[in-house]
Design a protein around this ligand. Sequence first.
Ligand SMILES: NC(=O)C1=CN([C@@H]2O[C@H](COP(=O)(O)OP(=O)(O)OC[C@H]3O[C@@H](n4cnc5c(N)ncnc54)[C@H](OP(=O)(O)O)[C@@H]3O)[C@@H](O)[C@H]2O)[C@@H](O)CC1
Ligand SMILES: [K+]
Length: 505
Amino acid sequence: MKLLTAAQTREADAFTIKEEGITSTDLMERAAKAFTCWFENKFQPTEEVHIFCGPGNNGGDGLVAARLLHERNYHVKLYLVGDLANASDDFKVNQERLPQDLKPQFIQQETEIPQLQQKTCVIDALFGTGLNRPVIGLYAQVISILNDSGACITSVDMPSGLYTDSQTPDEGAIIKAAYTISFELPKLAFLLPQHEQYVGKWHVVKIGLSQQFISEVETGLYFITQQDAQHLVKPRKKFSHKGLYGHALLLCGGFGKMGAAVLAARACLRGGVGLLTIQAPQVGYTVLQTAVPEAMTLTDKNRKHLSELPNEITKFDVIGTGPGLGTERVTKTAIGQLLATAQQPLVIDADAINIIAGSEKLKAQLPKNKVILTPHPKEFERLVGKVKNDYDRLQHLREFCAEYQCYVTLKGSHTAIGTPEGKVYFNTTGNSGMATGGTGDVLTGIITALVGQQYTLEEACLLGVYVHGLSADLALHTVGAISMTASDVIDHLPKAFLHLSQPMP
Ligand SMILES: NC(=O)C1=CN([C@@H]2O[C@H](COP(=O)(O)OP(=O)(O)OC[C@H]3O[C@@H](n4cnc5c(N)ncnc54)[C@H](OP(=O)(O)O)[C@@H]3O)[C@@H](O)[C@H]2O)[C@@H](O)CC1
Ligand SMILES: [K+]
């Protein structure tokens, strides 16, 4: 599904109004109704609701929500903030529509800002996607008092003050919402970890923006929905045999880190690969034969560290490497040989990334259109240098993928997948339980398995990260976030694939 910029959202808005022959006030009513519907399910009418409106259409949404909640017997306190001389037309229309017994209070100076009790229910409708400069002055004072009050803030469309799709300047005040209810599509800002404290939990409510516009508009930014993932899953054919699902090779493991190889291998098997061979240093032989009996194990001539490639390397359909490798000199040489000779797609993670990041020569040897790299943010910085913020990181992601013509799945709470053509996809599954050792090794195994099954590299990245996060989401129900381990993620992979293989409604 596409992510739109603030400017594209405005265009979608205008297109919908024209296509449906409605007024912008009608669309505002629809948006505010969708917001109110979510709000009513969350908060009881027994609570006082304090609604803060700014001068634009976001404030207009706040006015409509105030009217609707008042009609439903919520105890609404309405505040109109700042100079309203230039308020938007739809704001003014809805100010007129306020019922007689709902009198707004005007806040035009700091002393008029109310002091709120902790946990007071607040709706933030100061600014949305029309924000065009950092928030300072009176609006910043309101934001600061709301943030400091300990109130439970629900933001309409955007946390006020946060830029939709570019870095918010440091001097701008930003609401710290507990919930952000966004119209039609999530915003790029929600998917970046640096904004977690502002966005809180976000939900999307549909307001019927033109699907034609959304399908035709050009964007390089996407988020992966369950439907997208379901479309990707290839059902198995009745007359199947293991040869149809690929033979994967994992070059993984080292002394003291054989567990990483076990996790990658078990995930690869649960990811559906037809055959799996693991090449590991000698210390891994018994471990792997015992822990992963379904896989074949080849041993390296080196006892503790990977130092060579297997002889018949051409027979493998895909090679995954990195988990547990270490960065010994002999291993560096082996990775160099791999990049120089491999004809099949490569999935490169962990120490294999660290090895490549440490050598411009190895970077230059990355075969074009054949590589998926799966770094976490620190590994990514080793590849591209220090990044300034999450937008800078995205820019580096696009540039790196274009320069090396490779795919990168940049792991994080919304893993971002970069493609050689400059597209970026954000994942929407996963949870904090995954912040534990070994979950990255699991992802390497899954993606390797999918590439082995003839998914394109892009499909393998998208489906791989989605199903990885979904397994963790399913594991959340049984083990919770605190106790979750990488093995739990593997154990829930069957359920996750089943979930995605159900016929779509
Ligand atoms: N598209 C959709 O799907 C739908 C969108 N809808 C809603 O509309 C919202 C977007 O509305 P919007 O465009 O009127 O912008 P909004 O965020 O209210 O702010 C603009 C106002 O703020 C002002 N201003 C800006 N920055 C400022 C600052 N730092 N400090 C002070 N002032 C500042 C600016 O004034 P000016 O720049 O002229 O000084 C202008 O007056 C969107 O988020 C959603 O809630 C729904 O109703 C319908 C469906
Ligand atoms: K807002």
